[in-house]
Write a protein that binds this ligand. Sequence first.
Ligand code: ADP
Length: 170
Amino acid sequence: AILTMSGLLGARPRVGYYLTGKEPSDIIAGLLGGIKVAEVLSQPIAVRETSSVYDTIVTMFVEDVGTIIVVSEGGFLEGVASRKDMLKAAMAGKNINKLPVSVSMTRMPNIIVTYPEEPVLRAAQKLLNHQVDALPVVSPVATEDGEKLQVVGRFTKTNITRLFVQLAGK
Ligand code: ADP
């Protein structure tokens, strides 16, 4: 039963059990490939591009997140501010109450994003390949100023850790 459930063995009436030829790694990839970002994402924690570095740091503490998504009016993706981005801004000796977050963030079009329908495995590869902790989850929207990315969620290493533990059934 364990071998058929895992996909390593197939079972057919009157044929019996047969080896599917799948490797354990194929099965894990198949399992993760079938789970979409929409099923594991977190709520986006965002500030406006006009917010100060000070307020962005306060939001990081209050919301207990390491990455803040920066949006324009309407919730469209403008940039991403990480812990170290804010640390660097704070260390520069300027008045961080007056300094807008947009000066210290990574901005569009250099933001690596994911989509609700993207397989979790693909989004996890993006986190690793680009060495970042979080990806904004976006839906493209046509506007008068061209296509924009509406922020609908946040995909982080924590989402993967939670899924990993859930898949183990613990
Ligand atoms: P930290 O800077 O705290 O180590 P990250 O490793 O996530 O956190 O961020 C590293 C750099 O990459 C930062 O300058 C940040 O602005 C940028 N960054 C974070 N997430 C993304 C993303 N999804 N797309 C593009 N750049 C990002």
